[in-house]
Design a binder for this molecule. Structure first.
Ligand code: PAF
Length: 290
């Protein structure tokens, strides 16, 4: 079983010790002493486990953080009902993670909600940031804290939260943070629904309707050779055929800048979708070539 650590001081001491031991005992030709962090909010599913497997493959000490970060939830969002399943998460991490860092909110924010925030800037106000004001500042603030606490060589995030991976990559570049970012592809159910901790909120009929998101992205990718507008139209038509799905946004962006692609854009692009299905808000995305 991975070791469960709940305080910052213990985590720091344990990571330093593991790093020292790996340097001393590891084979001369292997990447020893490396620390890989997988930040999560728990309620782990196969998508998370894929991130942790990538961390394992990178070698070294694998730390998985499990912390439902209040800073990234807006008023009226699902902070209180967000699933907390620490015991099951630790079991799922057996053989994959060395350390689970599971602090309380009081440990992470002893003075109450952090007054100092890392701003995602303009990138953090588009798409997810427009629907969830302040969300990305909350994410970047806790990710920065986790980077400072764990001091990982590599941190692993999922492509499912593409805008999150983008703003984190941008923060690392902008602030010269000494960490490499690895991004791992989205894991899907057999019908195409992207795995998400929030899927468990879906009522049975909403679960069936939710497949419209990945199908809309697939329709967009299939028609992308006809241009940005054709791809958007095809995706929108699939969503409009499913009355239980209420579209929040659908967009095609340049993956480098996360700015909306112009109608005459050519080349690699990313289609983003966010929608409410019943009471559950879901997001997904798909790479395409326009
Ligand atoms: O993707 C998540 O689960 C969270 O946004 C993260 C990166 C763990 C920060 O709380």
């Amino acid at each position: 079983m991975p070791e469960i650590i709940t305080t910052i001081a213990t985590l720091r001491a344990r990571v330093a010790e593991a790093r020292r031991a790996a340097r001393q005992d590891g084979p001369a030709d292997a990447p020893t002493g490396r620390v890989v962090l997988v930040p999560t909010m728990g309620a782990l599913h196969d998508g998370h486990l894929r991130l942790v497997s990538r961390a394992r493959d990178l070698g070294g000490v694998v730390v998985v953080s499990i912390f439902v970060n209040p800073l990234q939830f807006g008023p009226g969002e699902d902070l209180e009902r967000y699933p907390r399943t620490l015991d099951a998460d630790v079991v799922a991490l057996e053989g994959l993670a060395d350390i689970v860092f599971a602090p309380t909110a009081a440990e992470m924010y002893p003075h109450g909600p952090s007054e100092t925030r890392v701003s995602a800037g303009e990138s953090g106000t588009r798409f997810e940031g427009a629907s969830r004001p302040g969300h990305f500042d909350g994410v970047l603030t806790v990710v920065t804290k986790l980077f400072n606490i764990v001091q990982p060589d590599v941190a692993v995030f999922g492509q499912k939260d593409a805008q999150q991976a983008h703003v984190i990559g941008r923060m690392v570049d902008d602030l010269d943070l000494p960490v490499s970012i690895a991004v791992v592809d989205t894991v899907r159910e057999t019908d195409g629904l992207a795995l998400s901790s929030r899927n468990r909120y879906l009522a049975e009929e909403d679960r069936l309707a939710a497949v419209a998101l990945s199908q809309a992205l697939a329709a967009g990718a299939e028609t992308a050779s006809g241009g940005v507008d054709a791809a958007l139209q095809a995706a929108r038509a699939r969503i409009e055929a499913e009355p239980a799905v209420k579209l929040d946004y659908l967009a095609i962006v340049d993956p480098e800048t996360f700015r909306e692609a112009s109608p005459d854009h050519h080349g690699p692009a990313l289609m983003l979708i966010a929608a409410r299905v019943g009471t559950t808000r879901l997001i997904d995305n798909q790479r395409l070539t326009v």
